[in-house]
Design a protein around this ligand. Structure first.
Ligand SMILES: *Cc1c(COP(=O)(O)O)cnc(C)c1O
Length: 218
């Protein structure tokens, strides 16, 4: 269903007067069986998202050897002790959510001599169970990251499930704008069109492309 999602992205971008090229589709392949991922690669798609370092480490080196120009982004929480592995594995990290992690990445970037593109996760709904910088702390945190020379490309959010997502997307766009950040990682299977209308540059779509996630065997 990759083609259908691509068509819907294009249609929504055109409806709101945006160039569809400005909206990148991250195919979220977490927990999906390898044959479904291979099928999407064979259709020519090259940008994927994973939410766990370990799972990505077990899956992507093999795909990268079979297909050229693959990009894989981390869209799930990152522990400081996995930062080095994540920096070596991923092209972008969308979940920078605390000072300690930013400092660790800055130090490792010096050591490694390279750094993935970074997005700061914002807890727009101020949910206790959700990661992310509180909205009122975003400007200060962006400044802190920029002062460390980190390649901050934009902001990311996951709106509360029961709330109107467009308000959260609009808030994220406003915060990015006043911090001169151009990247907006927002929108999932259920709300990516709404995110595009609010300016998303990266939508993270999983189940609408691959089908329902197959639960891991226990
Ligand atoms: C799983 C996940 C997605 C994709 O969710 P779908 O509803 O399957 O599209 C997007 N973003 C994040 C952060 C995720 O963890």
């Amino acid at each position: 269903m990759l083609a259908e999602i691509e068509a819907r992205i294009e249609a929504e971008a055109e409806r709101v007067g945006r160039d569809p090229v400005g909206v990148r589709l991250i195919a979220v392949s977490k927990v999906q069986p390898n044959d479904r991922v291979a099928a999407v690669l064979e259709q020519g798609h090259r940008l994927f998202g994973e939410n766990r370092v370990q799972e990505a480490a077990g899956k992507w080196p093999e795909f990268r050897s079979r297909f050229e120009d693959i990009e894989v982004d981390l869209i799930g929480p990152l522990q400081t002790n996995k930062a080095r592995q994540a920096m070596e594995l991923f092209d972008a990290i969308h979940t920078i959510d605390r000072s300690k992690l930013a400092k660790t990445i800055a130090r490792l970037a010096q050591e490694i001599g390279a750094c993935p593109d970074l997005y700061i996760q914002v807890n727009t709904g101020r949910e206790d169970q959700k990661a992310g910088i509180a909205p009122e702390d975003v400007d200060g945190f962006v400044a802190e990251c920029v002062a460390m020379d980190l390649p901050v490309r934009g902001l990311m959010c996951i709106p509360p499930a029961e709330e109107e997502p467009s308000l959260h997307f609009a808030l994220l766009a406003k915060m990015a704008g006043r911090n001169e950040l151009t990247g907006l990682s927002m929108g999932m299977s259920g709300d990516f069109e709404c995110a595009i209308a609010q300016g998303a540059t990266h939508v993270r779509v999983g189940s609408a492309i691959f089908g329902d996630r197959v639960p891991a065997a226990t």
